[in-house]
Design a protein around this ligand. Structure first.
Ligand code: FES
Ligand code: FES
Length: 159
């Protein structure tokens, strides 16, 4: 018996670069980013859409790349933590995370940074309560969240 895998060509723009790869239709966007493009800033935790570690922006909106197929992002624009942290708001968030000791192992940090990056777009300064609510979809096993919330609140309202 022979098995044949159907492959599809996927073209998308990732971090301002157009990329083309021929992949299996079931390949997740997370694996596309990490394995095909070597952008390993995006992390895989639960792989079930729960922890937020794999968050990237697709057309400017946060998506869980573990639950999104690469073919679903075809033709689209993806931004990962690598690009966002080079931009002013991302750099501000990164420095604020450092200042507030908002990470320990750091595994959740890319997801928090990407989620926060989008959260702070066109927003006034966040309250602690707002930050806690808006970041509730991202899970951190280490920090207890205090530093993360403080970092995001301090970085907010500066655009
Ligand atoms: S790895 Fe995607 S949500 Fe946890
Ligand atoms: S710093 Fe370790 S999971 Fe958040």
């Amino acid at each position: 018996m022979t098995s044949s895998k159907e492959l599809v060509e996927v073209v998308m723009t990732v971090n301002q670069t157009e990329v083309t790869r021929t992949v299996e239709p079931r390949l997740t966007l997370a694996d596309f980013i990490r394995d095909e493009l070597d952008l390993t800033g995006t992390k895989l935790g639960c792989e079930h859409g729960v922890c937020g570690a794999c968050t990237v922006l697709l057309e400017g909106e946060p998506v869980r790349s573990c639950c999104t197929l690469a073919v679903q992002a075809a033709g689209g624009t993806v931004q990962t933590v690598e690009e966002l942290c080079r931009l002013p708001r991302g750099a501000r968030l990164r420095e604020s995370f450092k200042k507030h000791h908002a990470l320990q192992c750091g595994f959740c940090t890319p997801g928090f940074l990407v989620t926060s990056y989008e959260l702070l777009e066109d927003r006034d300064e966040l309250t602690v309560e707002e930050a806690r609510r808006e970041l509730s979809g991202n899970i951190c096993r280490c920090t207890g969240y205090q530093g993360i919330v403080a970092a995001v609140v301090e970085a907010s309202g500066a655009d």
